[in-house]
Design a protein around this ligand. Structure first.
Ligand SMILES: NC(=O)c1ccc[n+]([C@@H]2O[C@H](COP(=O)([O-])OP(=O)(O)OC[C@H]3O[C@@H](n4cnc5c(N)ncnc54)[C@H](O)[C@@H]3O)[C@@H](O)[C@H]2O)c1
Ligand SMILES: O=C(O)C[C@H](O)C(=O)O
Length: 358
């Protein structure tokens, strides 16, 4: 007897259900949902992106924003806690990317295998009274472990590193990749976009214009005096009084601390950071797709100064940071700032390298 069509097992439903992923369990809890792999449609065009630290304050909104990016076909969410819930939640968004969650160190390799872009916001955030360097002892080891995974599983991926202290974690990542024999400086980018986002916002406030029309290069690094906004190179060309320059430079350099203090112990910038990381990740993906003329500031291996790493304008391309652009003419105030930035940066870079070679 032919089975009644209405009662026949639905192949479509079986595919959708994929049911449960027994590997991804919350501690003591129910098995987590498996990703809706049915929507991969035999490999939708686009890039495979992993977010490491996806359940955190930055990780969650960043995961949401990357799920809305049409250039992303597969989105892997990895953390040591809470990824089943975040993955189930984000996977319900009716955008193209297929979302998969990965929980704990034993699933790191699965999370990373085949990825084109890896974004890393894993690690502790500051509390009031701390410097970014105070995070070094905890975050250096986390970044090392995650980058070892990148070297093993997706050595050709472009890495966007957010974890602080960025001035030291990028050199750490470079040393990990060198030891693994996979280092390509073009593919390792420290994310300093939040400094640019803040600079655009604060400068636009002073000028009384729309921040979307303002572009401020911010060079150096990502901590205190190493954050050096080049207000002489603002687009559209603008002039500022000495008082405005001092106010803007100080506010841009201390934007992170402003948020840490306002959050009063509940962490540091997460939402503006997710916005900035999504913006930078999108720029990387568009460049990887072949779009020409994409320039962003980023903390990369560099010969712009005598230091081995420095943030400056970078032309992005298919393989990452394809050209590091020169600093351009600096005024006296910026030249003094550059010397202060280089002194602190040099120590942070050495600290990162020493951590990997002890
Ligand atoms: N580059 C920047 O401009 C910038 C801006 C803001 C914050 N940050 C830095 O980003 C980091 C994260 O900030 P946050 O507010 O999201 O912190 P958070 O504590 O809210 O989230 C961090 C996440 O990392 C996860 N994590 C810890 N160890 C891990 C590991 N071994 N593997 C994978 N995930 C791990 C935690 O479980 C947590 O979910 C901090 O170091 C912070 O200082 C950088
Ligand atoms: O300030 C922090 O500690 C986080 C981040 O680096 C920021 O600039 O907001």
């Amino acid at each position: 007897m032919q089975p009644d069509a209405a009662n026949a097992p639905s192949r479509r439903l079986a595919r959708v259900a994929g049911h449960l992923n027994p590997q991804m369990k919350e501690e003591g809890g129910a098995p987590a949902l498996r990703p809706a792999a049915c929507r991969a449609k035999g490999g939708a065009p686009g890039f495979k992106v992993a977010i490491l630290g996806a359940a955190g304050g930055i990780g969650q909104p960043l995961s949401l924003l990357m799920k809305t990016n049409p250039l992303v076909s597969v989105l892997h969410l990895y953390d040591v806690v809470n990824t089943p819930g975040v993955t189930a939640d984000i996977s319900h968004m009716d955008t193209t990317a297929v979302v998969r969650g990965f929980l704990g160190a034993q699933q790191l390799d699965a999370a990373l295998t085949g990825m084109d872009l890896v974004i890393i916001p894993a690690g502790l955030p500051r509390k009031p009274g701390m410097t970014r360097d105070d995070l070094f002892n905890k975050n250096a080891g986390i970044v090392r472990m995650l980058c070892e995974g990148v070297a093993r599983c997706c050595p050709n991926a472009i890495v966007n590193l957010i974890s602080n202290p960025v001035n030291s974690t990028v050199p750490i990542a470079a040393e990990v990749f060198k030891k693994a024999g996979t280092y390509n400086p073009k593919r390792l980018l420290g994310v300093t976009t939040l400094d640019v986002v803040r600079a655009n916002t604060f400068v636009a406030e002073v000028l009384g214009v729309d921040p979307r029309d303002v572009s401020v290069p911010v060079v150096g690094g990502h901590a205190g005096v190493t954050i050096l906004p080049l207000l002489s190179q603002v687009t559209p060309p603008s002039s500022f009084t000495q008082e405005e320059i001092k106010y803007l430079t100080n506010r841009i350099q201390n934007g992170g601390t402003e948020v840490v203090e306002a959050k009063a112990g509940a962490g540091s910038a997460t939402l503006s950071m997710a916005f900035a990381a999504a913006k930078f990740g999108d720029a990387c993906l568009r460049a990887m797709r072949g779009e020409a003329g994409i320039v962003e500031c980023s903390y990369v291996a560099s010969e712009v100064t005598e230091l081995p790493f420095f943030a400056s304008k970078v032309r992005l391309g298919r393989s990452g940071a394809e050209e590091i652009l020169p600093l351009g003419p600096l005024n006296d105030f910026e030249r003094v700032g550059l010397e202060a930035a280089k002194k602190e940066l040099s120590e942070s870079i050495q600290k990162g390298i020493a951590f990997m070679n002890k």
